[in-house]
Design a protein around this ligand. Structure first.
Ligand code: IPM
Ligand code: MN
Length: 364
């Protein structure tokens, strides 16, 4: 089986962690007799340097002729946002890709690895219970893309506006993704809304409840987003699948990742209606630590694993990568972001190599 993968490392720590993900994919090729062809392409600030734009046509063409997109991260430091190279780099490249390819279903698993319980900011007794949450985030609609958006007027009466809008079809298709995922898990969907205030969210709740009727084996309960933010810190183990619109999913998925111990642990898959996907870590380009060789590559490695599972149907290979990550954590290896007493702190490359080596040495 041959697969073409568009590899877009991007900016900041993107190239460093991407190198480790490719190391792992190389071992997967050996073990599972697969053939991956990597087509490197530029995005974000890296693309700006060569093409004067954040998402050049060349990159889109490469993505279009690939079987999946493996994305690193884009963007520069906050203090550099006034430079043309960095202004709206994330929006132009990332949101551009999501919209161009119709990547509406964003899956963000946040799981507390038992070995990392004490790296979590949760209270010890809460962390001890563990959690395994899948945030299902709608990714091509809502307030991110709603029209009209813009600015008008001047001086004191100048104002700015965005539009929060969801169609029935958009809510239905993402709700189906959440319910189907729940069926393979603990059979519970918590649908996040703000139906006490926003008309869009009253509608969201209605449509989700309609879809829920088709899944009588799955429990569905609505929850206001402010309460959900709080419940994540108090009792995260109550959640299985969290179904969210674009903006609430953005916020809650960062929170869900943070309580696992580090943003560097959050992988994600963004899928179209026919299984094409883009896979990226949730953490961002972390320009403050870029080039130091200390970034955590696990989110990027697990994003590559999600690609194996969701785009290539290689479920065993996904399990092999997940097991390798877990074994290396259990053996006490940590990158700086998840540093722990009594554990060995290693750099990006060593963490990547240890995980990659495990792929071959593990049995089964
Ligand atoms: C994410 C990021 C993006 C988003 C930004 C960088 C545009 O925060 O993927 O969660 O808001 O969707
Ligand atoms: Mn985000």
């Amino acid at each position: 089986m041959k697969k073409i993968i568009a590899v877009l490392p991007g900016d900041g720590i993107g190239p460093e962690v991407m190198a480790e993900a490719l190391k792992v994919l190389d071992r997967i090729q050996e073990k599972y007799a697969a053939a991956f062809e990597y087509e490197h392409a530029l995005a974000g600030g890296a693309a700006w340097d060569k093409h004067g734009e954040h998402l050049p046509q060349e990159t889109l063409d490469i993505c279009r002729r690939s079987d999946a997109i493996l994305f690193g991260s884009v963007g520069g430091a906050v203090r550099d946002q006034h430079q043309a190279k960095w202004a709206r780099a994330e929006v132009n490249s990332l949101l551009g890709l999501r919209k161009t390819f119709g990547l509406y279903a964003n899956l963000r698993p946040a799981k507390l690895y038992p070995a990392l319980a004490s790296a979590s900011p949760l209270r010890a007794d809460t962390a001890k219970k563990g959690f395994d949450i899948l945030v299902v985030r709608e990714l091509t609609g809502g307030i991110y893309f709603g029209e009209p958006k813009g600015r008008r007027g001047e001086a004191e009466s100048e104002s700015a506006f965005d539009t929060m809008i969801y169609s029935r079809a958009e809510i239905k298709r993402i709700a189906h993704i959440a319910f189907q995922a729940a069926r393979t898990r603990r059979k519970k969907v918590t649908s996040i809304d703000k139906a006490n205030v926003l008309t869009t969210m009253v509608f969201w709740r209605e449509v989700v409840e309609e879809v829920a009727k088709e899944y009588p084996d799955v429990t569905c309960e609505p929850m206001y987003v402010d309460n959900a933010a709080q419940q994540l810190t108090l009792r995260p183990s109550q959640f299985d699948v969290m179904l969210c619109g674009n903006m609430f999913g953005d916020i809650l998925s960062d929170e869900a990742a943070a309580i696992t111990g580090s943003l560097g642990m959050l992988p994600s898959a963004s899928l179209t209606e026919n299984g094409f996907g883009m896979f990226e870590p949730g953490g961002g380009s972390a320009p403050d630590i870029a080039g130091k060789g200390i970034a955590n590559p696990i989110a990027q490695i697990m994003s590559a694993a999600m690609m194996l599972k969701y785009s290539f149907g290689m479920n065993d290979a996904y399990d092999a990568v997940a097991r390798s990550v877990e074994t290396v954590l259990d053996a006490g290896y940590r990158t700086a972001d998840i540093r722990q007493m009594g554990c060995k702190t290693v750099g990006t490359e060593e963490m990547g190599s240890r995980i990659a080596d495990r792929i071959i040495s593990q049995t089964g």
